[in-house]
Design a protein around this ligand. Structure first.
Ligand code: PEP
Ligand code: MN
Length: 264
C-alpha cells in the first residue's frame, strides 16, 4: 500500500487548511519537549508569527537513559492543545505506546512515531485503527525497505494518513549526532506516494547546521520540515537545546524558505 506502483498519485494529507504532500511546504516548529504552559504558549506565538503551520512538542519523551527527564505526560498534551488552539496552529506530538494513542489523538492533530519506535509493531498496528495523521520517523539504522514496511503496518490497518520522516541515521561520523540522509527524500518519494518530511535538528544535532540542511532538504524535494526551536535552549529540559534554533534564527529560516517554496 505504501508503494507508488500501487498508488501512482502523491498522497496529500489535508488537516484543516494545511495540505501535506501537495504544493505547500509545511513547517513544524517548536521545542523538543513541552515544559510548562508559559513555555509552549510563548513558543507557539513565535512559531505562528514566523509563518509555520504546525507546533511540535513532546509530552512523552523516549529518552536513552531511564533517569533523564521523561516528559510532562498528559498535562503536556493539554498545554500544547491550548497553545495550538490559541495561536491557530496544528499540533504534533510523539506517542510511544499503544495505550496512549487514543489520548494523544484526542489532543493532537498529528501523532509522531519516534525513531526508536519505528518497529514497535503493536504501536503501528494501533495507529492503523484510527484516522489521525501519523508522522513516522525512520529508525536510525533502518533501510528504506524496512521504513516502508513500518508504514505498511499503519496503512494495512486502515489509516491512509501516513507521512515519512527522514531524521538521520547512525554512521561512523561522531561530529554530527546523526547523518541526515538527503538522498532518502527523493528516493522515498520515488518508491512511495507518501509525503516526506525532513528533520534537520535530529539529523545533525547541531544548531548551526539546521539552516543549511533545511534548505538542502527543501531543494531535495521535501514536503515539509520538523525543526526544534526554543526560547532558552541552554536551559531546555532535554539535551536537544544544542540543536534547537533561537527564535530569531527560526524566523530568518522561515523568510528564506518562503523564497524556495510556498508556505500557503
Ligand atoms: C524528537 O522529535 O524530539 C525525537 C525524540 O525524535 P527522534 O525520534 O527522531 O529521535
Ligand atoms: Mn528532540
Amino acid at each position: 500500500l505504501a508503494s507508488r506502483d500501487f498508488h501512482p498519485a502523491d498522497t496529500v494529507i489535508k488537516i484543516k487548511d494545511v495540505e501535506i504532500g501537495g504544493e505547500q511546504l509545511v513547517i513544524m516548529g517548536g521545542p523538543c519537549a513541552v515544559e510548562s504552559p508559559e513555555q509552549i504558549d510563548e513558543i507557539a506565538r513565535l512559531v505562528k508569527a514566523s509563518g509555520a503551520q504546525v507546533l511540535r512538542g513532546g509530552a512523552f519523551k523516549p529518552r536513552t537513559g531511564p533517569y533523564s527527564f521523561q516528559g510532562v505526560g498528559v498535562e503536556g498534551l493539554v498545554m500544547m492543545a491550548e497553545a495550538g488552539k490559541k495561536h491557530g496552529l496544528l499540533t504534533i506530538t510523539e506517542v510511544m505506546t499503544p495505550e496512549y494513542v487514543d489520548v494523544c489523538a484526542e489532543y493532537a492533530d498529528i501523532l509522531q512515531v519516534g525513531t526508536r519506535n519505528m518497529q514497535n509493531f503493536d504501536l503501528l498496528r494501533k495507529l492503523g485503527t484510527i484516522q489521525t495523521p501519523v508522522l513516522l520517523k525512520r529508525g536510525f539504522s533502518s533501510t528504506y525497505d524496512e521504513f516502508l514496511n513500518a508504514a505498511e503496518y499503519i496503512l494495512a490497518g486502515g489509516n491512509p494518513n501516513v507521512m515519512l520522516c527522514e531524521r538521520g541515521i547512525r554512521t561512523f561520523e561522531p561530529y554530527t549526532r546523526n547523518t541526515l540522509d538527503l538522498a532518502a527524500i527523493p528516493a522515498l518519494q520515488s518508491l512511495s506516494h507518501l509525503p516526506v518530511i525532513s528533520d534537520p535538528s535530529h539529523g545533525t544535532g547541531r544548531r548551526e547546521l539546521v539552516e543549511p540542511m533545511s534548505k538542502a532538504s527543501v531543494a531535495a524535494g521535501a514536503n515539509g520540515l520538523i525543526v526544534e526551536m526554543h526560547t532558552d535552549p541552554d536551559n531546555s529540559m532535554t539535551g536537544d537545546g544544542v540543536q534547537s534554533l533561537f527564535p530569531d534564527q527560526f524566523a530568518k529560516l522561515m523568510v528564506d524558505l518562503e523564497k524556495l517554496a510556498p508556505l500557503v
